[in-house]
Design a protein around this ligand. Structure first.
Ligand SMILES: C[S@@+](CC[C@H](N)C(=O)[O-])C[C@H]1O[C@@H](n2cnc3c(N)ncnc32)[C@H](O)[C@@H]1O
Ligand SMILES: [Zn+2]
Length: 274
């Protein structure tokens, strides 16, 4: 990926041990292979983004296959967008520990042999970039914020955002004209039975598609499937969601002790064209 300098917005070129712009702003490459492009004024806390515990729990939960249907569906949509193009550049914004990024990159490369595929991921949490880079060494990962992407204007063919905060203006800036913004958000029914156990008055998720001025909403798909969550994965699911911070410990404890939990996954996939 052609990263831009977060200080002066010039192109970053590879130099020994990292990246540097013409104005000599330099960013070291970490041992795991990612670069930290988050300027300190964008770091609103000492450790922004998801904590190591959340990332670790999410990694195991996802690797146990609970959201595989979502991953495969996203892959199909992105293969569809990449096919027949000479070049396809994709960024996964708020990529977490890289579960979707890694699989999608591998499948795009395998299935779109005539397309020059470039996939990268950014996340505001350094532990996310670290875990992702270690596991998926062929992909560029950077620490950065979706609110100020370290990319030039009109440089992406597609921007993916799965359960992560979005900034439509910034998406619009980095996408080329005709490029696609693919978002995944929880549908109203998502994890309904789990929320019923955790809250007295569970509020359904917001269901309306976001509006992104300047982009056209071209498709919505809703993916729903039953989830039977076994053993410690119930605790992992709690730990990877905001419920962990919102709900009192006694209720969490009761849910964590369930030998299994049956609930439902429900996602909206929204596709916008720039
Ligand atoms: C619910 S997780 C989803 C991670 C991944 N997309 C997945 O579905 O497995 C949300 C992610 O967004 C990251 N995040 C939060 N605010 C962000 C921002 N402003 N820019 C980039 N990433 C952000 C968090 O660190 C976290 O990894
Ligand atoms: Zn610079």
């Amino acid at each position: 990926m052609e990263w831009r300098c977060p200080v002066c917005e010039q192109v970053l070129a590879p130099v020994e041990g990292g990246l540097q712009c013409v104005n000599r702003h330099r960013f070291d490459r970490a041992r795991e292979g990612y670069v930290n492009l988050l300027p300190s004024h964008r770091r609103h806390s000492r450790q922004p983004g998801d904590s190591r515990m959340m990332l670790r729990s999410r990694r195991i939960f996802l690797e146990n296959g609970y959201y595989q249907a979502l991953r495969d569906h996203l892959t199909e949509r992105l293969v569809g967008l990449a096919a027949a193009r000479a070049r396809f550049t994709l960024l996964d914004a708020g990529c977490g520990e890289g579960y979707y990024t890694g699989h999608i990159a591998a499948e795009l490369t395998r299935r779109c042999a005539d397309t020059r595929i470039e996939v990268a991921g950014i996340d505001i949490a350094r532990d996310a970039a670290r875990l992702a880079a270690r596991r998926y060494p062929g992909i560029d990962f950077a620490v950065a914020s979706s609110a100020a992407l370290p990319l030039g204007q009109g440089t992406l063919d597609a921007l993916l955002r799965v359960f992560a905060p979005g900034y439509g203006d910034e998406a619009r800036r980095v996408l080329r004209a005709g490029g696609h913004y693919l978002t995944v958000t929880p549908a109203a029914a998502h994890l309904g039975a789990l929320r019923g156990l955790l809250y007295d008055h569970p509020r359904p998720h917001e269901d309306a598609p976001e509006s992104h001025p300047g982009m056209t909403h071209i498709a919505r798909e809703t993916l729903r499937f039953p989830l039977r969550i076994i053993g410690e994965d119930v605790t992992r699911l709690l730990e990877m969601t905001p419920y962990y911070w919102q709900v009192d410990r006694a209720r969490q404890q009761a849910v964590s002790e369930l030998p299994e939990l049956t609930t439902e996954a429900a996602f909206h996939l929204d596709l916008y064209r720039n």
